[in-house]
Design a protein around this ligand. Structure first.
Ligand code: ATP
Length: 222
């Protein structure tokens, strides 16, 4: 992917990182992430399933299952990979630590952490959130039902930037991307499965196959 405004993949890759519980992965993760990949011409988008969740109760489904379904969800999607580094650490999966390890591996990369508006609104509760902005840029995805709150707005006032401004800066920009608003959440999908519903079209078909075959999500709505 080399062209106007693009990077050379070898020397200066553009890498997007989407962290999530992915319990399960759904089109509200994938379509906006695909749109960010296109808008920012990302060479790679790394989906990073959370292992030990510091901000929420531990999911009932194992990290391995969530990660393997995430892999099924991105089959055939160019540039998308599952990065299971949080599963290798038996300690809380802090995004800061994940981004620091990615930064160490890719010192010359343009690094973008993708997140929805709901996540930006609570960003000040994240471990070492200010330091996260010294490791990467943020790419903000819209999410229906969520407008920027006062904190999110103040971050945008301070760090909001265009894509080209972000390309010229090492880190610390927040680029807002016009992503399609899909009113989908893992919580709603879990509730649907718990009452025997079919998640067709809310998740990629190979993910749906696993969800319907296994009993992990039945009667376990949380
Ligand atoms: P849950 O319902 O279990 O809380 P979720 O659907 O919010 O899960 P997560 O895996 O927690 O999904 O989200 C990971 C990231 O994806 C977060 O940054 C979140 O803002 C973003 N995200 C999730 N769903 C959407 C959506 N429908 N539109 C835009 N961003 C989303």
């Amino acid at each position: 992917m080399v062209g106007e405004g693009s990077s050379t993949t070898l020397g200066h890759p553009r890498i997007g990182v989407l962290g999530g519980t992915f319990d399960p992965v759904h089109i509200g993760h994938l379509r906006p992430a695909f749109e960010v990949q296109t808008a920012l011409q990302l060479d790679q988008v790394r989906l990073v399933p959370c292992h030990l969740t510091p901000h929420r109760p531990q999911p009932l489904r194992s990290s391995r299952l969530r990660a393997s379904m995430t892999g099924l969800g991105i089959q055939g999607l160019d540039g998308f990979v599952v990065d299971d580094r949080e599963l290798q650490r038996d300690e809380p999966s802090y995004t800061h630590d994940t981004l620091a390890s990615l930064r160490a591996e890719h010192p010359n990369a343009e690094l973008y952490f993708l997140l929805g508006v709901d996540s930006l609104n609570g960003f000040d509760t994240w471990h070492r959130w200010r330091d996260i902005l010294t490791l990467c840029h943020l790419a903000l995805m819209r999410r229906p039902g969520y407008a920027l709150n006062a904190f999110g707005q103040s971050l945008m006032n301070e760090h909001g930037a265009t894509a080209s401004e972000a390309r010229d800066a090492a880190c610390g920009c927040i680029v807002s991307i016009e992503t399609t608003e899909l009113r989908v959440s893992s919580t709603a999908i879990r509730a649907l499965l718990a009452r025997g519903g079919d998640p067709r079209y809310l998740v990629p078909d190979p993910v749906r196959d696993v969800l319907l075959e296994r009993t992990d999500y039945q009667d376990k709505h949380d």
